[in-house]
Design a protein around this ligand. Structure first.
Ligand SMILES: Nc1ncnc2c1ncn2[C@@H]1O[C@H](COP(=O)(O)OP(=O)(O)OP(=O)(O)O)[C@@H](O)[C@H]1O
Ligand SMILES: [Mg+2]
Length: 225
């Protein structure tokens, strides 16, 4: 599904170049469940943003489903992102004035899908994450774990083959975190490729492969024993 070849990311700060990712090469097969770990500042989110086509590398080559991502225009990149990749963030990133249902529908509004069809897609997803009775609640009327479940339903609404989650349980108590982890592993069992950035050993223990980053490099990339 994914191949990264010698990916680097450098930020220019004044007259200094800061290298945040260096020589990252890896492949991801369709159907994998991967944890990305490493200390704060090691480049985990930067890597996820590149994988998710939210950001471009400074060097190296990125293939997504055999297309070379570096050659795409910004519009083409956005199209790949919308069709193929769902995102879940530590801070949920829901729209505060919209109901849970409307939040899940947002990506479909952008895709120009009519009202009734949007509802037909969003409602079963909210039911699937256990929020069938909370669809009209606004984010402030939901717990953190419930907000994250709305975010997962939103990430899935375009039926993407790849789900990227950057510390999805980082702001949750252990029980809500476990529920979110169960949803993510269940999605993986159903065929979605899932990559999770986490500091939590309970989360990485569920993943079949663990990639450790340090100072912008891959320290190791191992099958979880
Ligand atoms: N836009 C930017 N400009 C300059 N430097 C940046 C930028 N974004 C990130 N960095 C730097 O890149 C490094 C890696 O950041 P990144 O957010 O990828 O780390 P992380 O591993 O996700 O850390 P955390 O566990 O704290 O979330 C950090 O040193 C950060 O300061
Ligand atoms: Mg991060």
């Amino acid at each position: 599904m994914i191949e990264l070849v010698n990916i680097t990311k450098t930020y220019r700060m004044g007259s200094m170049d800061i290298t945040v990712l260096e020589d990252i090469s890896l492949t991801v097969q369709s159907g994998e469940l991967i944890a990305v770990m490493g200390p704060s500042g090691s480049g985990k989110s930067t890597l996820m943003n590149i994988l998710g086509c939210l950001d471009r590398p400074t060097g190296g080559v990125y293939y997504f489903e055999t297309r070379e991502i570096s050659t795409l225009t910004d519009d083409e990149l956005a199209a790949v992102r919308n069709a193929k990749i769902g995102f879940v963030f530590q801070t949920f990133n829901l729209l505060p004035r919209f109901s849970a249902l409307k939040n899940v529908e947002v990506p479909l509004i952008y895709a120009g899908i009519p009202n009734r069809l949007r509802r037909e897609r969003a409602v079963p997803l909210l039911e699937r994450v256990g929020l069938g009775t909370r669809m009209q609640h606004k984010p402030t009327e939901l717990s953190g774990g419930q907000q994250q479940r709305v975010a997962i339903a939103r990430a899935l609404v375009n039926n993407p083959p790849l789900l990227l989650a950057d510390e999805p349980t980082g702001n949750l108590d252990s029980r809500s975190g476990e529920e979110i982890l169960n949803i993510l592993t269940e999605l993986n069992r159903q065929g979605v490729t899932v990559i999770i950035v986490t500091h939590d050993p309970d989360v990485s223990a569920q993943c079949k492969r663990i990639i450790n980053l340090k100072d912008g490099r891959i320290l190791n990339d191992q099958v979880n024993p």
